[in-house]
Design a protein around this ligand. Structure first.
Ligand code: SAM
Length: 202
């Protein structure tokens, strides 16, 4: 589901970029480590701040990134124009039907998109499908508890049914063999969760 105008304004501003670079990326790196030389996919890349973080802070050798919203992809293309096509590919796409081969990525990143996807379990199955054995899934997510707060309901637009708690998300990931274990933390009274899942090596 695309963002409404207010959420887009909140996402596409320097404060959000600062939080992503200085708070979220170090937290996720602490949970899952760097990914030097690996091939990564970012789902729901928005305007591409996370994509640059994956390349520059996490050390990925190459990144594919997509978003449902063509306007966001255009912003990302502008922001990331300096990266060569050998390191970066951007496209319009849907996390519930990822345009990529099975087992084609070492790492998948999700900076806050699954809570926008009505059939989020389908997206988890797609993430599992495109990850290689031993692959990792880094995620920052917003729980159903947050989405039911009056502020969220008043200002933003999200799917209302079939939302997830921390336990629901971990259970679905582990059902799909993406094992989280202790690599997960809650922030802001359980409204936000940060974690890293890992598939067993073959
Ligand atoms: C809250 S924003 C986060 C954007 C970016 N990851 C960030 O952290 O700034 C969620 C993004 O997910 C995208 N999105 C929503 N549903 C999607 C889907 N099914 N497939 C791909 N992207 C989706 C939206 O267009 C939006 O850019």
């Amino acid at each position: 589901m695309k963002l409404n105008a207010l959420e887009k304004a909140l996402m596409n501003n320097p404060v959000r970029a600062w939080i992503q670079r200085r708070y979220e990326a170090p937290l996720l790196e602490g949970l899952g480590g760097r990914i030097d030389g690996l091939r990564a996919l970012e789902i729901g890349c928005g305007r591409g701040v996370g994509t640059a973080i994956i390349l520059d802070q996490f050390g990925a050798s190459e990144v594919d990134a997509f978003d449902l919203d063509e306007q966001m992809v255009r912003l990302a293309q502008r922001r990331l124009a300096a990266y060569p096509p050998s390191r970066l590919r951007l496209w319009v796409g849907d996390a519930t039907a990822i345009k990529a081969e099975d087992a084609s990525f070492d790492v998948v990143f999700d900076f806050g998109i699954l809570h926008h996807v009505p059939a989020w379990q389908r997206a988890v199955a797609e993430i599992r499908r495109v990850l290689r054995p031993g692959g990792r899934f880094y995620f920052m997510e917003v729980t159903g508890q947050a989405l039911t707060r009056r502020s969220y309901r008043h200002f933003f637009v999200h799917p209302i049914t079939n939302r997830f708690s921390r336990a629901d998300l971990v259970a679905e990931l582990e059902k799909q063999d993406i094992l989280v274990g202790e690599r997960i933390v809650e922030r802001f009274f359980g409204d936000f969760i940060y974690g890293v899942g890992r598939i067993n090596a073959a």
